[in-house]
Write a protein that binds this ligand. Structure first.
Ligand SMILES: Nc1ncnc2c1ncn2[C@@H]1O[C@H](COP(=O)(O)OP(=O)(O)OP(=O)(O)O)[C@@H](O)[C@H]1O
Length: 316
């Protein structure tokens, strides 16, 4: 099926910020070629190490910053020039929430709903996000996870076509995280274009239809999660972990150069850049010892592995 028009289309985005005092008041190029396309009915994740340029990219996408170069189209319009009409079609959930502290969640949401012509049903949102349990508590007294859910409701109440989520599961306990994830999936089925940034690779792996990884102000990799995690290149040195269960106390020789260790009695593991040659050698070792493992498990390459390959393991 041909894809619909992108709801967000960023091509060759360049952004200079400054002047920076430490650099003799020169401007600093923080984005030097970001490409990103997000479609309605999909969750698009924007990933990158600290300082990669995610926040700056989103600020350009939301019309808060004027691009130095390249193009940004949000729902077909140039967001920095577009006015209130475009903003009313876009929901933004910020990490810190940006919520007024003295008010209570439900009056706040009703107030925000009143500013839109086709708002969502506030009671429904309040119930879906479990806000009714703390509906009468002023925002400043809410826990981080509760504030996060109010921020999500505030981003959604205007019934946007595009939703930006910055670290949507930050501070959420497992129950709230699952509620928020279910809601995200439902919104996606409704046809919203959802763009999220996260440092949690697990979130991206679970939620994203398509992933863009940026590093040092450029898009360096993009694809679906299966595309990115497909182990096509075993020579790249990607570590994978294979475990199998068999009788305790067996002694296996290295298989194709990788050590087999018995991590707990009866559970054996080998890790490293595993390829078919290792599986072949392992099966030969089992045959040699007449061992039939009762369980075998190989962890697939995760998005985290891909991310660390790209961005390196050193801190930024
Ligand atoms: N006003 C500014 N002046 C100069 N440099 C800036 C300014 N704002 C951001 N930067 C720099 O631009 C780069 C990109 O920052 P940005 O906040 O977009 O990254 P990020 O990917 O969102 O990082 P994080 O994951 O830490 O939130 C960083 O090196 C940051 O220090």
């Amino acid at each position: 099926m041909p894809k619909s028009e992108p709801c967000l289309d960023i091509q060759g985005l360049v952004k200079d910020l400054g002047p920076v005092e430490a650099l003799d008041n020169k401007m600093v190029r923080v984005l030097a070629g970001v490409h990103l396309r997000a479609y309605p009915g999909e969750v698009t994740a924007l990933l990158g190490p600290n300082g990669a340029g995610k926040t700056t990219t989103l600020a350009c996408a939301q019309g808060l910053l004027k691009p130095t170069g390249g193009t940004v189209r949000l729902l077909g319009q140039e967001p920095f020039q577009a006015g209130a009409q475009l903003r009313s079609r876009v929901g933004v959930m910020l990490q810190e929430g940006g919520l007024p502290q003295a008010v209570r969640p439900v009056p706040l949401l009703r107030h925000v709903a009143g500013m839109y012509s086709h708002p969502r049903n506030v009671d429904d949102l309040v119930e879906r996000l479990g806000i009714n349990t703390f509906a009468n508590t002023p925002i400043r007294r809410l826990s981080g996870g509760q504030k996060q859910r109010v921020a999500m409701a505030a981003a959604l109440v205007g019934n946007p076509e595009v939703l930006f989520l910055d670290e949507p599961s930050a501070g959420l306990d497992p129950q709230s995280r699952s509620v928020v994830f279910e809601l995200i999936q439902e919104l996606r089925r409704e046809g919203l274009g959802i763009i999220l940034t996260t440092h949690l690779m697990d979130d991206a792996q679970r939620l994203a239809d398509y992933v863009f990884i940026i590093d040092a102000g450029r898009t360096v990799l993009h694809g679906t999660v299966p595309e990115l995690t497909a182990a096509t290149d075993t020579s790249a040195g990607v570590d994978r972990l294979l475990t199998f269960d068999a009788a305790p106390g067996l002694d296996f020789p290295p298989v194709a150069g990788l050590e087999v260790s018995e991590s707990v009695p009866g559970r054996y593991s080998l890790s490293g850049p595993l390829g078919p040659v290792h599986l072949q050698a392992l099966a030969a070792a089992w045959a040699e010892k007449s061992v039939m493992p009762s369980a075998i498990h190989m962890a697939p390459r995760s998005l985290e592995d891909v991310f660390l390959d790209i961005s390196g393991k050193e801190l930024r």
